[in-house]
Write a protein that binds this ligand. Structure first.
Ligand code: SUG
Length: 444
């Protein structure tokens, strides 16, 4: 049965801001404290969706989460009215307020890991929302992500939405940012489930920055998704790459269909990995590796050429959707030009402006969750999440109506901002026909 990939982009939330929350993510640390532009950020995101849809590629949308998360603040002992909770948090625990206000759910590559029904033993599409254990501001996304996905993919004949992996940091899971599915016609798809540290057992570790995902989490995903173990590989992220700022695999590697492009610092033993992939995928497998000499990993982290979307067009050729920063960097640009010139399916690079997100370390690839759906599965999704001209127009109007032009750290204490956010999200669930997916909509 023919299937199509849909890129489920995260709509940037109304509290998009730069709080410097992610050690090991160079852009987040560098821009921490700057004034953000939420409206522009959300419109940049919508403009990317429009460009991808115009290429003839499947496009859909996932909603932001309610922020500031008053529920989390209350769980941590802040009591009273919303105003009192925010005022006390702003006074006594400013950092906590920032953590509870991040619009980080926009990076939906981290929302979940998915396996298309063609690859699973029970023939259902499997999705596991990521627990994002490693960073507090991201860990609080998991519950809402689960509820949103359970609403969109509610038809149990086709879809299984698992609970996020349990426990503490031992099963720390960052979602599809560490997952790559490669596929060539006539062979089983290969799943790369990468990881940065082991919960139990020895493995080389980064020294400077945290390794977020564990091997144990990646193994659990392969089991839950009922993947054929002979086609699942668990490469370790190169600790030197993590120490240079490649906190997720998708900062230094991206794959699609028969094609993989990676930096030599992406995985610990790239050569062995490429040999295995060649064995599993056969002669049509193509790859391009950037060496440190050609493209220093620091440049890759800054310009994000690998944090691109590699998309298959209806005519089966591929294009790369890269951030503008990759064109502005001499080394990154030259590398992408080489990719297009080589013998592989990639024919063109489109450079897009997602600077507002890039300043927090989120490029085009971070902003989307890829989900492959058969026509029947697509029809089983009843929510209004597929990107059409009509939905585009409604979302643009919705952003213009509700989003602020600018946001600084101090604004996060403003109870009016919290109210604006909840009003906007309540309206959005009606546009997207999601039902009451947010906690605040269920409180009597
Ligand atoms: O988890 N940034 C995100 C960026 C996620 C990028 N996703 C992928 N590579 N797939 C993170 O580090 C920064 C928020 C702040 O500092 O305000 C942040 O959370």
């Amino acid at each position: 049965m023919s299937a199509r990939e849909y890129n489920f982009d995260g709509l940037v939330g109304p509290t998009h801001n730069y709080a410097g929350l992610s050690p090991g993510n160079v852009a987040s640390t560098t821009h921490g404290g700057q004034t953000s532009h939420p409206r522009e950020a959300a419109l940049q995101g919508l403009s990317k969706m429009r460009s991808v849809a115009a290429l003839g590629v499947g496009q859909a949308v996932l909603p932001p989460h309610p922020r500031p998360s008053l529920g989390t603040l209350r769980q941590l002992g802040f009591t009273g009215t919303d105003e009192q909770v925010l005022a006390r948090a702003g006074r006594e625990a400013e950092h906590l307020l920032r953590l509870c206000s991040s619009a980080s759910a926009m990076w939906t590559a981290n929302a979940a890991t998915h396996a298309p029904s063609a690859d699973t033993a029970d023939g259902r599409l499997h999705l596991t929302p990521a627990n994002l254990q490693q960073m507090f501001h991201r860990a609080i996304e998991a519950g809402t992500t689960h509820d949103v996905m359970a609403s969109i993919f509610r038809d149990a004949r086709h879809f299984t939405v698992h609970r996020p992996l349990p426990g503490g940091g031992q099963f720390a899971d960052e979602g599809a940012a560490n997952h790559t599915r490669l596929h060539v016609e006539g062979r089983p798809a290969v799943h790369l489930l990468a990881w940065g540290r082991r919960a139990w057992g020895e493995a080389p570790r980064p020294h400077r920055f945290p390794a977020r995902q564990t091997l144990e989490a990646s193994e659990a995903l392969a089991r839950l998704h009922q993947l054929d173990t002979s086609a699942v590989l668990f490469p370790q992220q190169d600790p030197a790459g993590i120490d240079a700022g490649a906190f997720h695999t998708d900062v230094v590697a991206v794959g699609n269909g028969s094609f993989l492009m990676l930096h030599e610092r992406a995985f610990l033993d790239s050569e062995a990995l490429l040999t295995r992939l060649h064995g599993l995928l056969g002669p049509s497998f193509r790859f391009t590796v950037a060496s440190e000499a050609e493209l220093p990993v620091a440049d890759a982290v800054k310009a994000y050429p690998f944090n691109s979307q590699v998309l298959t067009l209806p005519d089966t050729s591929m294009v790369i959707v890269a951030p503008l920063e990759a064109r502005e960097s001499r080394t990154a640009h030259r590398f992408l030009e080489r990719v297009v010139a080589e013998d592989n399916p990639v024919k063109k690079v489109h450079y897009l402006d997602v600077r507002q997100s890039m300043n927090n370390g989120g490029g085009p690839a971070c902003l989307r969750q890829r989900i492959t759906l058969t026509e029947e599965e697509r029809r089983a999704v009843k929510a209004n999440v597929f990107f059409t001209e009509a939905l585009d127009a409604r979302l643009v109007a919705w952003v213009k109506k509700h989003y602020r032009e600018t946001l600084s750290g101090k604004d996060l204490e403003d109870p009016q901002l919290a109210r604006e956010c909840l009003t906007a999200l309540d309206e959005l669930t009606q546009i997207l026909e999601l039902g009451a997916v947010y906690d605040f909509q269920r409180v009597p």
